[in-house]
Design a protein around this ligand. Sequence first.
Ligand code: PMP
Length: 394
Amino acid sequence: MLENLIAQPADKILALMAAFKADPRDTKVDLGVGVYKDATGNTPVMRAVKEAERRIVADQTTKAYTGLAGDPAFGAAMRDLVLGDSVAAERVAAVATPGGTGAIRQALELIKMASPDATVWLSNPTWPNHPSIIRYLGMNMAEYRYFDSATRGVDFAGLIEDLGQIKSGDVVLIHGCCHNPTGANLRAEQIAEIITLMQTKGAIPFIDIAYQGFGDGLQEDAQITRQIASAFDNCLIAASCSKNFGIYRERTGILMGIAKDADQQKLTQQTLQFLNRQNYSFPPDHGARVVTTILNDPALRKDWEAELEETRNGMLVLRQQLADELRRLTNSDRFDFLAHHRGMFSLLGTSPDKVEKLRADHGIYMVGDSRMNIAGLNADTVPILAKAIVAAGI
Ligand code: PMP
């Protein structure tokens, strides 16, 4: 049987991680994998997470199964964090999932079940796992223009033109904040225009929000999600706790399905639980319990928000430093977009051979499409990167 297998494409980012590890240069800089790193290159366990874990270990009296949806308290806390009061709670079905990826997978399975002929529209570019899972599930997929390689902002005219082709029942996947890989984000008035277009076409929104708190702030970063969720009868939201709680390996995420009314919510909830049962039965609990403990304890929550703010501001400082340094070296504002982008990533907008040149000549590792993880920098490596960008003729 196993001789029938054919090798699957390797994950490019994981391959890049391995190449970085094997590089002997001590000046090497890792801007590859999408994990937050502090100035020393460490991915810390957040203070509030440590304390929540201490309490959980001390107080937990059982490891028996939770429910198929996970702990309902996690669902309620996450609904509140992501949606605020933008949608009535009785319209929201929710299941805990293994990370944001698990939520995306379950959302796509739900779409496939409910409307097998729907086309899922993705931004070009997007996080490569989106098209990869869609292809694996054998679903229809199309792209809408997103990135303007001249301005390194959003190609809004292209986006509107492409979304003009969507058909009734199609699903449009939108990054809730901190677009991966570009760092270029939509403004509220642009979202309003997209909403009107999608409503006219009868399309369904699917929001992937994996970086709430990494862009402009916890509430600000939820704005697009809330704006969209409150405008449609149906909406799917996949939220990840990996980045904003720094609990990557605990696999903590949630899929929310917003239904038209309470009856439809019951059916959606039952279906989401069925999907969990088919794929992995009960979702992981530890990370979800950590998140719930933090969100429901005012002191822990305050400390978590403070540390998240430090993280967010640290990335903004690095963005500004890099833009300033490039302004100085090039005597131009060509790289100011780096300061305007938000989140952990910026798409430099250069060719794969220039990316390779940065790696070979300067030991700077970024994804082949020129996505840089801004959190991989520190005050010492910003000037090194700026110099290398100029030397590579970018
Ligand atoms: N969506 C996007 C856009 C992401 O960048 C990521 C993480 N790389 C995820 C979802 C899911 O992350 P995780 O499964 O680790 O929670």
